[in-house]
Write a protein that binds this ligand. Structure first.
Ligand SMILES: [Mg+2]
Length: 388
């Protein structure tokens, strides 16, 4: 089933929300719940196509079913987010089913608890919003973009003080090359960031390697890849310090656990991407982070659209910057199908924001940041306190 929401007022960068939830029913009456991202409306079709692979299988054999699903996508290229998003959603339901069948939380199936609560971070475009998040109890805040981001971070650091962790997500627009990313990265070194995320686009490992070698801030990436093979080089070549598998499209809890183990061997920590995802994927991330030794922090968009709090129950609050790990069987979450039906999906694609949101040249706000022509360098590379 799909659930969506239009852009929230005053939050132009969240152009829309579009979540794909799935339920798998067993003949013993246990119902598993999952979520898949990666073009959710396409993922929904892929899930339907995978139905014959699942019928008749024992849901306890999660790895066997996962491998069957992977092989089933061979003729269509095997990799790519629609396929991995569908596998992700189904894999998540299987862990939920197993937990419910055994009357134990998913984190217990993953090796037990390393921790009782998960640190979460929020998103702020400016100092005012950062202060608001700090007052809500958050201890880590991410800001983003490539437009004078050093100035933005300086404002936020001044406002929230040194105790709060700050991260920067450049979102890797394709016209932003590794030299730009290095210059900006160097200008950010003074702010003691927790990490510098997607400084360049995700698919050129050599470009990211250059940034890693030249910027003295932990580098984070990985949210747009699928399966263990999508992030293998990032981890094995130690191109990142923080790996960010997307909890909706990486391939499921099974793949998240393998990636966490691969990362552990390279002293890389895990900070799942879940910003644009819905609340079911967030639950899955919480169970994984509860069980792995190298959990860093969870991305959380907590006040973008009201439906986020209405479509699943119970809602897990962030208290003093942390989310309590749920102890109910399975994932411990349920879907309100009436709310989902009342908030139909609006589409798969992200639309541009509005002028003045920091991502656009004045007068070009209808061109998305990823496709518009390159800024003049002075505008986005300017170091803080320097006159351009
Ligand atoms: Mg990101």
């Amino acid at each position: 089933m799909m659930a969506g929401a239009p852009a929230s007022v005053g939050s132009s960068s969240w152009s829309s929300r579009n979540w794909c939830f799935v339920k798998v029913y067993t003949d013993e009456g246990v119902v598993g719940i999952g979520e898949g991202s990666g073009w959710p409306r396409v993922v929904q079709t892929a899930i339907e196509d995978m139905r014959p692979i699942l019928v008749g299988e024992d849901p306890m054999n999660i790895e066997r079913i996962w491998q069957k699903m992977l092989v089933s996508t061979m003729g269509n290229g095997m990799t790519g987010t629609p396929g991995s998003g569908a596998m992700n959603a189904i894999d998540m339901t299987l862990w939920d089913i197993k937990g419910k069948a055994l009357n134990t939380p998913v984190w217990n199936l993953l090796g037990g608890k390393m921790r009782d609560r998960i640190r979460a971070y929020g998103h702020a475009k400016n100092a005012e919003r950062a202060l608001e998040l700090k007052e809500q109890g958050l201890t880590a805040i991410k800001t983003g973009g490539v437009h004078r981001v050093a100035d933005q971070v300086e404002d936020i650091r001044k406002a929230v003080g040194d105790e709060i962790d700050i991260m920067v997500d450049a979102h890797g627009p394709p016209w932003y090359n590794s030299k730009d990313a290095i210059i900006v990265g160097k200008s950010l070194e003074q702010f003691n960031l927790l990490f510098y995320e997607d400084p360049v686009p995700p698919d050129n490992m050599d470009a990211l390697r250059r940034v890693q070698d030249n910027v003295d801030i932990p580098i984070a990436a990985g949210e747009r890849h699928s399966h263990i093979w999508g992030v293998r080089q990032l981890i094995e070549d130690e191109i990142v310090d923080v790996i960010q598998p997307d909890t909706g499209r990486i391939g499921g809890i099974s793949q998240m656990m393998k990636i966490a183990a691969m990362a552990e061997a390279h002293y890389i920590s895990v900070a799942p991407h879940s910003g644009s995802l819905g609340p079911i994927a967030e639950y899955a991330a919480i169970h994984v982070l509860a069980a792995i030794p190298n959990a860093l922090i969870l991305e959380r968009v907590h006040d973008d659209v009201p439906v986020r709090y209405e479509v699943t129950l119970p809602h897990l609050p962030t208290v003093d910057g942390y989310i309590e790990v749920p102890n109910l069987p399975g994932l411990g979450v349920d879907i309100d199908e009436v709310v989902a039906a009342a908030n139909p999906s609006k589409g798969n694609t992200t639309r541009a924001g509005k002028e003045g949101d920091g991502s656009y040249e004045p007068g070009t706000y209808d061109e998305h940041v990823y496709v518009q022509t390159r800024y003049s360098r002075q505008k986005h590379l300017r170091a803080p306190n320097s006159d351009s």
